[in-house]
Design a binder for this molecule. Structure first.
Ligand code: SOE
Length: 379
């Protein structure tokens, strides 16, 4: 098959830049598509480090100004994997230049920025997608299939949490590489936009729209030294957030995220309780889906642990033989595979910018509710 080249300009070489670079590099070995991605250029402010990254990943060209990469004729797709405060400006410029745009989550620092990004890609008519990778864990995609098939019946409860512990130390600075997530000006918010955004995206994909929320947040360490601004500066991100939600389908939900759960590094769990069945999933055991089906014969009824590695499980026919697991990095490969499939079929891969805006409307409503002390509409 003659493949259409998809020349990617990657902006950012941090943790997410690496997950994306790995996805573009690997996808063609495992998934068939009429489109072949090629990492054409990488862009980051630090030229020497961008060059080292380019050498490591076999990328021929390096830029240090994102405007240059956006203006290049030999780039079809701009991939934004740089900190959150850069997303809006780059995405809008890329769309105006007629490039396809994919963007790390959260789309914008708030829904106002995200809306402007949605408008730009829709006006330009360019393909777009936001990297919400946890949808592409095969066990989570299996949960989606079971829900869509009606196996759970009416859904009563949704429960999600994302727990970390990496910011407990009071002498951890804010700002700069790796620590911009603690700086509200750059990140937009703390755990709400960074961690709960994942939980909300998965939740609305599995269980439909969230109608209203009631949230609380806390900033445990009030001041930290600032790597860029210097000196002690007030910390204005939310270190922890918990919220209640009502889904449009009538189900009730609890969500929690924190960077202060000692001992937890990235514990993302979700549980859904329906009339007929329940589902539980845990990122630390990501290849398993726990499933309880009330229709099972009574004496042997119980939670079953499905090892989601068989050829009839989502995505798994592209990998090894049944029983052999895949991991975190594969979720990004799946996301690129779905994007390429979308290009082949002329159907956008989810979540598009517009679909991801819905998540930012929820996170904005949660943060507003934490301030007002009232329930807030999330749509
Ligand atoms: C934060 O530590 C973080 O890296 C998030 O930014 C990612 O989106 C999440 O998947 C893992 O945790």
């Amino acid at each position: 098959m003659t493949k259409k080249q998809l020349r990617v300009g990657l902006i950012g070489y941090g943790f997410m830049g690496r997950t994306h670079a790995n996805a573009y590099t690997s996808v063609g070995h495992f998934f068939e598509s009429g489109h072949a991605p090629e990492l054409t250029a990488v862009c980051a402010r630090d030229g020497a480090r961008a060059k080292a990254f380019a050498e490591q990943w076999g990328i021929k060209s390096v830029e240090t100004d994102w405007r240059k990469i956006v203006a290049r004729d030999d780039i079809d797709l701009i991939d934004i994997a740089s900190p959150n405060d850069t997303h809006e400006e780059i995405a809008i410029a890329a769309a105006q230049a007629g490039k396809m745009v994919v963007c790390e989550k959260p789309l914008g620092r708030n829904a106002t920025e995200s809306r402007a990004m949605v408008d730009a890609v829709e006006k330009a008519g360019v393909a777009n997608m936001v990297w919400y990778n946890y949808r592409r864990v095969p066990a989570v995609t299996l949960a989606k299939q079971l829900i869509d098939e009606g196996r759970l019946g009416r859904i009563f409860h949704y429960r999600a949490k994302f727990l970390q512990d990496w910011t407990i130390a009071a002498d951890l600075p804010q700002g700069g590489e790796g620590l911009w997530r603690l700086d509200k000006d750059v990140a937009g918010s703390g755990v709400t936009g960074d961690l709960l955004a994942h939980c909300i995206d998965t939740a609305m994909w599995l269980n439909g729209a969230i109608d209203s929320v009631s949230g609380m947040t806390e900033t445990f360490i009030k001041e930290r030294t600032h790597t860029i601004k210097g000196g002690m500066q007030k910390v204005t991100i939310d270190d922890a957030c918990a919220f209640l939600a009502r889904f449009a389908n009538g189900s009730l939900a609890t969500f929690e995220a924190t960077r202060y759960a000692r001992g937890h590094k990235a514990l993302y769990t979700l549980e859904i309780n329906g009339e007929n069945a329940s589902i539980f999933w845990d990122l630390h055991d990501l290849h398993r889906l726990e499933f309880f089906d009330h229709k099972d014969e009574g004496r042997t009824r119980g939670w079953r642990s499905v090892h989601v590695t068989d050829g009839d499980h989502p995505y798994m026919d592209h990998w090894w033989v049944p029983g052999l697991q895949i991991g975190y990095e594969h979720t990004f490969i799946h996301q690129v595979a779905d994007f390429l499939k979308g290009l082949d079929e002329g159907k956008p891969a989810a979540p598009t910018f517009r679909e991801a805006l819905a998540t930012d409307l929820v996170t904005d409503a949660v943060l507003k509710s934490a301030e007002t002390g009232r329930w807030e509409k999330a749509t």
